[in-house]
Design a protein around this ligand. Structure first.
Ligand SMILES: C[C@H](NC(=O)[C@@H](N)CCCCN)C(=O)O
Length: 473
């Protein structure tokens, strides 16, 4: 019968297409261990450049005061403006939507280009070229006289950098999924975070050394900007491989199909109690880490009377610790679970470290490694836990939403830290007293600890299985 034949023919056709797709997946570039790990290190370079630039000026707070007249509030403002596009324009959320629409190559290139432009503008704002009546100097001097033209140009640069940087992290997460799904995905995520932290560590160690260059202190800012620009070129290499992979394998077989983003999705996210607690933990925990980290080198310099190089080296102990611990805890969570408990321990350790910094003179070398332990426990447990709570189709929006909420803290707390410092230290004080600033960071740790407890309690009701190994849910 013709209809029966047609049916058999279509079944054969579908089966054959599926087989061809499976065959294509088997023989695609991603099946070469060397190629997929080479891709991870290629995009890891971009991530390292991103984190390098974010932290490059942290050990130079006193240099910015000496050379450009920044006070602590100006410095806090400079750190926090990174988050403005992500909080007030919801860029991390829209970046995810754009990513779904335009794909990895175009979105990645566009947002890394924003990063590079922002980084170059920041370096230009601090340069002698700009300060000697360079392009834009007169314009930046023509409004808001309370803020220097240098600060305004650097704020504009860091704003553009932040606009590109957060979405580029979402793009790179998607790239990792594309190449490692069904392979060693958790390990790949751990290594990705390790490469990001390498960028932070290098920034803390190199910047204070580069300011002593013969060509002047701005070598440190230009170097950071050129690192990000090189990352844009490196991403072009990645794009060629990505294109090749897409040609080898039908796109739909690689990237999980995601429905178009709807605002009602956000409604579903914010009515999920576990998701709310993990998002609030993300906000408080990261607010007690990244803004502290931005001030940490200056804190060590003032509290322990160290040089810029010594204090940068101590601050670098934290990312060094995370490079070692994060993949280990990622492996632990995959195999044994206990993610909610690890988040509780991480928040507790964070609080103890900040209280120790506030009230004791225990050696900061050890405390920064302990902080690295806390900063490995929570991220290694947090990001895979979200994947248990949220449908895979919505995971991009979920991460984007969490990044935007988190950026609220990354925006507010550096400003607050700077204001507390300026408010509690009379003008011209020889060495700054950080006690109240550290109490603020300890308070954030305590609130994060409470959210981690609530998350674990809620897990017993919601049944997402955060305490179970990865493959049992
Ligand atoms: C993965 C996570 N990164 C973030 O949460 C970013 N939204 C903030 C990065 C700001 C500093 N570069 C992490 O690094 O653990």
């Amino acid at each position: 019968m013709p209809s029966e034949k047609a049916f058999v023919f279509s079944v054969l056709l579908i089966t054959n297409t599926k087989l061809m797709n499976t065959e294509a997946l088997k023989n695609s570039l991603r099946d070469s261990v060397v190629t997929r790990w080479a891709m991870l290190f290629t995009v890891g370079f971009v991530l390292a450049a991103n984190y390098y630039f974010y932290d490059a000026l942290s050990p130079l707070k006193s240099t910015l005061t000496r050379e450009l007249g920044f006070d602590s509030t100006d410095f806090g403002l400079f750190v926090s403006v990174y988050s403005v596009p992500n909080v007030f324009l919801l860029m991390a959320v829209f970046g995810g939507v754009i990513l779904d629409k335009l794909g990895i190559r175009r979105t990645g290139f566009m947002f890394i280009a924003f990063m590079a432009l922002g980084a170059l503008l920041t370096a230009y704002g601090a340069s002698d070229m700009y300060r000697n009546e360079g392009l834009g100097y007169a314009f930046m001097s023509s409004f808001m006289p309370g803020y220097s033209p240098e600060l305004k140009m650097m704020l504009l640069g860091r704003f553009l950098f932040g606009l590109g940087a957060e979405t580029s992290i979402v793009v790179i997460s998607k790239i990792i999924v594309k190449w490692f799904k069904g392979k060693e995905l958790a390990l790949a995520f751990g290594v990705k975070l390790g490469l990001a932290r390498t960028g932070s560590m290098l920034a803390l160690m190199l910047s204070p050394r580069l300011i002593n260059s013969e060509a002047g202190w701005t070598v440190a800012t230009w170097f950071a900007a050129f690192f990000v620009t090189t990352a844009l070129l490196v991403f072009l290499i990645y794009m060629m491989f990505d294109l090749k992979l897409d040609k080898q394998v039908e796109k739909s077989t690689l990237e999980s199909k995601s429905d178009p983003f709807k605002f009602s999705d956000l409604g579903k996210l914010i009515t999920n109690r576990s998701f709310i607690f993990v998002t609030l933990l993300c906000l408080t925990f990261y607010s007690a880490v990244f803004p502290f980290f931005a001030f940490s080198a200056d804190f060590f310099k003032n509290k322990f009377g160290l040089t810029e190089i010594q204090s940068g080296d101590i601050a670098a102990m934290m990312p060094l610790g995370t490079m070692l611990f994060t993949p280990i805890f990622g492996f632990f969570v995959d195999k044994y679970g206990k993610a909610a408990s690890l988040m509780i321990y991480g928040s507790l350790i964070l609080t103890i470290v900040h209280l120790t910094f506030a009230f004791t003179t225990v050696t900061p070398y050890v405390m920064m490694v302990v902080l690295g332990l806390a900063f490995s426990l929570v991220p290694a447990a947090m990001w895979p836990s979200v994947a248990k709570m949220i449908d895979e189709k919505r995971i991009g929006s979920a991460y984007g939403f969490m990044f935007s909420v988190q950026n609220l803290g990354l925006w507010a707390f550096p400003i607050l830290a700077g204001m507390i410092l300026d408010g509690t230290n009379p003008v011209g004080t020889e060495s700054l007293d950080y006690t109240y600033t550290m109490i603020m960071f300890s308070g954030l740790g305590i609130v994060g600890f409470i959210f981690a407890l609530l998350l674990k309690r809620e897990d017993k009701v919601s049944g997402y299985g955060l305490e179970l190994p990865s493959n049992s849910k």
